[in-house]
Design a protein around this ligand. Sequence first.
Ligand code: ADP
Ligand code: MG
Ligand code: MG
Length: 247
Amino acid sequence: MLKIENLHAAIDGKEILKGLNLEVAAGQVHAIMGPNGAGKSTLGYVLGGRPEYEVTDGSVTFAGEALLDMEAHERAAAGLFLGFQYPVEIPGISNVQFLREALNAQRASRGEGPLSGAEFLKLARAQADALGMDQEMLKRPVNVGFSGGEKKRNEMVQMGILDPKFAILDETDSGLDIDALKAVGEGINRIMRKPDKGVLLITHYQRLLDYVEPDVVHVLVDGRIVRSGGPELAVELEREGYAEVTA
Ligand code: ADP
Ligand code: MG
Ligand code: MG
């Protein structure tokens, strides 16, 4: 479903990804772990199409298409969803307005008509309920004054509404208390654990992987995948540290 071959990427002339290879089949969840500064977020940004990052070599195929040739909005329309470590706040635009615009833009690019206000509200409320998010938060400006946990739940509500084919989630677990972690983990499973979908879960810690069990765990160090294994690799990393495991 997602095939990354020999990916090299730089920012401000500094090479961060140095020949990264990774293949995620439909139905799989892959976790990417690695020390600070390894290039994990860079990988997410490059796949999402952030313009500051320069791809200097390699290729990425997503559902049979050359991903790197697509604009960021085309990637989203093709079913790619990115969840960021620090979700943006958008003062002046309510959560429902934002989510409805996002969904209808994607529907339009697939040749589908927009959902009516009532249809959309029903969908948004169902997703908020499923994530344990207070429905009042749908009316508030996007992420403004939301706690860390509320932002992450909100991001999962957004993911539930957009129903993407592939999600790249960057440290979705950072700063979450146990209840929020559980809600987010269950959200990922409910929305994305399907035979025709895939997930790349970027995480520092093993604890999210207690809720979302990965099929494959990769260790990213200095711009390359240096080791891959099953879920037990995450446990080993947590116990022994990156230096020990990748020595
Ligand atoms: P991770 O998510 O694994 O912690 P990042 O992808 O955020 O790592 O960062 C990888 C490396 O890229 C780090 O060394 C970071 O300092 C560097 N980096 C990120 N953004 C920039 C930038 N705008 N200019 C120069 N270096 C950057
Ligand atoms: Mg970091
Ligand atoms: Mg990061």
